[in-house]
Design a protein around this ligand. Structure first.
Ligand code: ADP
Length: 430
């Protein structure tokens, strides 16, 4: 964290300094050039005035930074403070402009002085041309100065940033380290961390509810087992009733095993502790396997199964998909009426596999439909009908469907029918 804060401070400051350096260089150069132009023009006009009255003024020793050149109308140089150039000046743009318009200017690199120069020329009353020139500041020229100062400032910033980062890191981290994970509170915490605290609070609430529900769900069958076993141990039951009690103990223990298995499954799904091996399977095989496993339930309730076999292939995590279909078909049987019907429709539309499981059972109230996928949620109808269950089946189904990037919908008419429709992509994106 200290490293990140340090890196951020140094990067932001270095980038700001570099940008500021270059922009200042650019604006300063512009301003200096503007100043140079104004100075040269002012000096040129003053000198032109003097020369119009006294053309010999240039013969005296002049102390001036500006290069002065006097050129005849035919381009011959008659005077130059540098006394270096004697070539004809008629090709210079400022001279041409001065001959045509009375004055002219130009900015260019001077071969004589090896500098970028500003030239300003004025036509005198005797038609000769007075030209003044001065070197200008260029960005390239002041760049080394900018780089030196920028580097010094960056080194200072790195040293200061190291101190600030150390202090800032411990200040930022302290409230986070102080969060009590078992009882997170929003007091003295950054507003940005409020969603995290809300998540932790929800997580804790769900964890507590889950533990309470698990204890409650396991207690019920265990109490039955213990009660029947006690009666048998004390010899209160008639010997002919022992078989009935033993069978009740067996049923309760089966129920207990089922609940424990469901709890283990949902915990594994929660902790992503499951293998996500994807294979291409025939959905028809999965459905027939489930029906075979549920054969006893189907016979006990004399349920009619309506299913037209179809070979439809798709990608899935096989044992998760088996669980999904088993839970949905088992519910369609469990919550059905005696002699009821379960319809299973398997189809493929474009890139989606659609499976509908419809039953003619007790139905689900509209107010319950939204909640049936919650853990341990059981609609009142199932309680009042004394149907065994953990309330975890549809939570496992929903989790499994999400893993398969699919959707599940439920439609129901109380006491008439319930249809679960699942839509799954044929090919899974890994
Ligand atoms: P369980 O069946 O173990 O109670 P589930 O999670 O599978 O748990 O289902 C949650 C609740 O949804 C059930 O208790 C029941 O009230 C309702 N339910 C699920 N499927 C059906 C169905 N096909 N018909 C009527 N009610 C259903």
């Amino acid at each position: 964290m200290k490293k990140t804060i340090f890196k951020n401070i140094v990067t932001i400051t270095a980038v700001s300094i570099i940008i500021t350096g270059f922009l200042s260089g650019f604006f300063i150069t512009n301003q200096l050039t503007k100043n140079t132009k104004q100075t040269v023009q002012k000096e040129a006009h003053t000198l032109a005035n003097i020369l119009n009255h006294d053309i010999n003024y240039l013969n005296q020793e002049l102390v001036i930074d500006t290069r002065i050149t006097l050129i005849e109308k035919n381009g011959t140089v008659i005077y130059d403070t540098l006394k270096t150039s004697s070539e004809n000046h008629l090709d210079r743009p400022e001279i041409v402009s001065a001959i045509n318009n009375g004055q002219g200017e130009s900015m260019r690199y001077s071969d004589t002085l090896k500098e970028k120069m500003y030239y300003y020329a004025i036509q005198l009353d005797n038609d000769s041309i007075l030209r003044l020139a001065m070197q200008t500041s260029s960005l390239v020229k002041i760049m080394p100065i900018i780089i030196i100062y920028t580097s010094i400032i960056i080194i200072c910033v790195i040293i200061i940033a190291a101190f600030i980062a150390k202090k800032a890191a411990s200040n930022i981290v302290q409230p986070i380290n102080n969060i009590n994970l078992n009882n997170p509170s929003t007091d003295n915490i950054y507003p940005e961390l409020q969603p995290l605290i809300a998540n932790l609070q929800l997580h804790n609430k769900l964890r507590k509810e889950f533990s309470a529900n698990v204890s409650h769900e396991l207690k019920t069958p265990l109490t039955s087992i213990s009660g029947y076993a006690e009666i048998m141990t004390n010899g209160i039951a008639k010997p002919e009733d022992n078989k009935i009690f033993a069978s009740k103990i067996y049923q309760a223990s089966q129920n207990l095993i089922q609940k424990i298995n469901d709890i283990i499954k949902i915990s594994k799904l929660d902790e992503n502790q499951i293998s996500l091996e994807i294979e291409t399977i025939n959905y028809h095989d999965l459905i027939t396997n489930c029906l075979e496993k549920l054969d006893k339930f189907i016979l006990d309730k004399s349920i009619h199964i309506v299913y037209t076999p179809k070979n439809i292939y798709g990608d899935c995590i096989k044992y998760v998909m088996e669980d999904i279909l088993y839970n949905l078909i088992q519910n369609a049987i469990k919550y059905n009426k005696q002699n009821g019907t379960v319809f299973i429709y398997l189809s493929q539309i474009n890139d989606n596999i659609i499976i509908k499981i419809k039953d003619t059972g007790i139905g689900i109230d509209d107010s319950d439909i939204e909640r049936i996928y919650e853990r341990f949620y059981r609609a009142d109808t199932s309680h009042s009908s004394n149907i065994e269950g953990s309330g975890l089946g549809l939570a496992i189904v929903k989790h499994g469907i999400n893993l398969h990037q699919g959707t599940i919908k439920c439609k129901s008419k109380i006491n008439q029918e319930t249809t679960f429709t699942i839509t799954l992509p044929t090919h899974l994106k890994s």
